[in-house]
Write a new protein. Sequence first.
Length: 102
Amino acid sequence: MVGWALLADTVPLHPLYALLFADTGLSETQISALFVVWAGIAIAAEVPSGVLADRFSRRGCLVAAGLFQAAGFAVWAVLPQFAGFAVGFVLWGLGGALVSGA
């Protein structure tokens, strides 16, 4: 799972996410807000995730990152609306920060 998550960060799929969100009926403002949530969480969790990786197991942080990111995509599938996408981005941002911190 972590390998796929790293691949997702290297392949420019972000425009496709915007199309997915637009297809579910979200406005441009809501789509922009989702990307702001994702970036804000990733930035805010960057230093704490590094501390976790230093204090505890780096491998554990990588496993947790994969679980967070998988849970984020699962939330997207179960709740394809603004709130579900926002929760998914929070989980994805936390997972990305854990990968970076480790």
